[in-house]
Design a protein around this ligand. Structure first.
Ligand code: NDP
Ligand code: MG
Length: 374
């Protein structure tokens, strides 16, 4: 039995991960989980699974739940997430939204747990620190993001030195058919209406701005240890090919599947094994697959992410924090869609980069760039 914990269990990835665990009770044991503030969802989850420990953000919620579920140990706040990172599970699924996942992920790595990584902001903000810590502690980081899971699967048994490039596919998000001029008048409701994937609100907006692909380029750089110019992106509106790898002999290996995150979640849990799943891809129903080169002028946020990656140091963390801040304001209806990009670009321009930052420096800039404009 593999012992698994989930950080961010009440979210889109978290709830699908709980379903995967319930479908495979003979393979996996859920040890602990964390929620944020969605107590209705948490109560629903706790009616169907029996973790040993649960972490919530608010101490009032902790007290209420402790009397309702006496068999479970409840913890709260930042120290609650630390307790999850220190439990005795074999693997932690990091499925919180945003850079709040960074510190507990590092703690889990120091405790020798393998990581099933959905929380891409952690690698964007501190990829060097996280990957070094994983190496030092002999910890595997298995990607959950569908593109990175695809690449990880394509690379099983391949040699790193024989990779020519990674080709990360992008659906294009909610506004893929609009011109730049047409983005002026888009609404929050339009932006939240993703054509292919049902996901949390922040990543759905990141998909519409194409920052999600930018975050994924940085995530791929750290996961697969390649040069920036070996990571390309390609518009593929069907999202059937989740990503591809081209090798030195020009052979391209791709991974295909439905737009269903349960597959990469289950694969991260079961790796190196594969387990059966329902919902197969109906290959006969695929009439055509479309591809289009990425236009950096149309998708400016992707260009900014490549720039942040090339500059390095604190820049990717600052870009990520400015983006989290701007998306939060857009979700609250305070700014327009194109303001997100303006804020990120301006914050990047203003920032004086620090090379090879430690955790404290990254957390300092993360906090600063999420708060100082409110
Ligand atoms: P959701 O917004 O659906 O869920 C986020 C989870 O994090 C919830 O459990 C939420 O708790 C919790 N959370 C949020 N803020 C905090 C905080 N400050 N402290 C503790 N917990 C917190 O996000 P998704 O599931 O969509 O995404 C999670 C991560 O996975 C992101 O990094 C995203 O980029 C990545 N990802 C998601 C994909 C998807 O299909 N959804 C695909 C690929 C990657 P609560 O709701 O209880 O407040
Ligand atoms: Mg993805």
């Amino acid at each position: 039995m593999k012992r698994i914990s989930i950080m961010g269990a009440t979210g889109s990835i978290g709830t699908q991960a709980i379903d995967v665990l319930k479908d495979n009770r003979d393979q996996f044991k859920l040890v602990s989980l964390s929620a944020g503030r969605n107590m209705d969802k948490l109560r629903e989850i706790l009616k169907t699974v029996e973790p040993e420990m649960v972490s919530v953000m608010d101490d009032g919620d902790r007290k209420a739940l402790a009397s309702e579920f006496p068999a479970i140990t409840f913890v709260s706040g930042e120290s609650g997430l630390d307790a999850i990172a220190a439990d005795d599970s074999d693997m932690l699924l990091t499925a919180v939204m945003g850079s709040v996942g960074l510190a507990p992920t590092l703690k889990a790595i120091e405790n020798g747990k393998d990581i099933a990584l959905a929380n891409k902001e952690t690698l964007v903000a501190a990829g060097g620190l996280v990957m070094n810590a994983a190496k030092k502690n002999n910890v595997n980081i298995i990607p959950v993001d569908s593109e990175h899971s695809a690449i990880f699967q394509c690379l099983r048994g391949e040699r790193h030195s024989e990779i020519k490039q990674l080709i990360i596919t992008a659906s294009g998000g909610s506004f893929r058919d609009l011109s730049r001029a047409e983005l002026d008048n888009v609404t929050l409701a339009d932006a939240l209406n993703h054509p292919n994937w049902a996901m949390g609100r922040k990543i759905t907006i990141d998909s519409a701005t194409m920052m999600n692909k930018g975050l994924e380029v940085i995530e791929a750089k750290w996961l697969f240890d390649l040069e920036t110019d070996q990571i390309t992106t390609l518009l593929h509106k069907e999202s059937t090919i989740h990503s591809m790898v081209e090798f030195v002999d020009n052979s391209i290996i791709a991974q295909l599947g439905n737009s269903d995150m349960k597959l990469p979640i289950q694969f991260a849990f079961s790796h190196p094994d594969r387990l059966p799943m329902d919902n197969p891809l109906d290959i006969n129903a695929l009439s055509q697959l479309n591809f289009k080169p990425m236009d950096f002028e149309r998708f400016k946020m992707l260009e900014l992410a490549y720039e942040a990656l090339k500059i390095g140091g604190t820049m990717p963390a600052v870009m990520n924090a400015a983006n989290e801040y701007a998306v939060d304001r857009f979700l609250k209806g305070e700014i327009s869609f194109l303001d997100i990009e303006k804020i990120v670009e301006l914050r990047m321009e203003e920032h004086e980069v620090i090379g090879e930052p430690d955790l404290e420096t990254i957390l300092h800039y993360d906090k600063l760039f999420k708060s100082n404009m409110r």
